[in-house]
Design a protein around this ligand. Sequence first.
Ligand code: ATP
Length: 394
Amino acid sequence: VLLLTPFPGRPFYAINVIFVGMVKYAQKKYHNQPQRTPVSSYGGIKKSLGAGRSRGPFGKFVPPVPRQDGNENGGPQYKPYGTGPTESSFPVDERLKNIEPKMIELIMHEIMDHGPPVNWDDIAGVDFAKATIKEIVVWPMLRPDIFTGLRGPPKGILLFGPPGTGKTLIGKCIACQSGATFFSISASSLTSKWVGEGEKMVRALFTVARCQQPAVIFIDEIDSLLSQRGDGEHESSRRIKTEFLVQLDGATTSSEDRILVVGATNRPQEIDEAARRRLVKRLYIPLPEASARKQIVTCLMSKEHCCLREEEVELIVKKSDGFSGADMTQLCREASLGPIRSLQSMDIATITPEQVRPISFLDFDNAFKTVRPSVSSKDLELYENWNQTFGCGR
Ligand SMILES: Nc1ncnc2c1ncn2[C@@H]1O[C@H](COP(=O)(O)OP(=O)(O)OP(=O)(O)O)[C@@H](O)[C@H]1O
């Protein structure tokens, strides 16, 4: 039965599979008796801990409105909010009734992540942050029965550090590893793309997340949402911020809700005190160390036709001191174009992939001429200082 669960380590799901199987058997046997379907609201789903719906990054698109008929797992099915001619015959989750259908659709299609899963091994380095996150966030989300009271998970964490160091990867990994639905939005899109509607969007996002919990809401560039109030602050930005804090507080006070807000920023110093206090765990995601840079190069090159020797990899690692994870990826991309550039343009049309020579150290050497570290040492100093003052690292 454990093989049936898409999330290894989610014993509840397996239990539900057994339970649903038993219910189906009983229903078949006594099909004249009235069927007992779970309560057709998210309250019902929450109690069944996910049975009957595929959820999270491994799951299919699951709109948040339950349908009355059962699916093959015996649980309720869902249809998009407000679509189809028979919509009035379906019960709509109470919590979604005041949310504009177009916003729900948008959240489900654009903000809810449906991409491939991320594992801890995909993120090179940042061992301290990974260990802390596993302990304070992932395990409690997997085992809410054990992590109660003082052991309860925080509702908000902040990942800060230079750009391109894997903050987004970590956010997604948290969701994947805890079997949660991943919602990812950039705060600047709330303030710019959703002009005049950002506040409503924040409310809609948290409401949908509540219906899809456990959920991780990842907010990139969170500084633009939670920056210190200044005279120049727009009224609309102020309202979005207030709504966000209200929603975050709501998630904090409701012990039932299993929603985690992960904020990411390259400008932690701009986040005001009230917001900082709510993002209780503030983890520094620094530039990758030599071992992490080596892991990135080795991992990326293992998927390519490449003839790097061990000592050449070491040299690349040495030369890339100060590179971010994204810089390392860019370096490898650039190097991978070397063999193509060495072809005559005429050959491109006729050559077979096997005839393209392997990526060599020379290609990396050339790549270093155009790919430079994107983070300055002055910026690094800023992060280190902020980490000393407000960070939760050792
Ligand atoms: N620690 C890492 N391990 C492996 N790859 C990494 C790492 N950090 C960055 N990368 C690579 O860089 C890309 C960008 O990383 P990501 O978006 O997670 O960084 P970020 O810290 O969120 O950046 P930003 O602050 O600019 O949003 C990733 O898709 C990955 O290819």
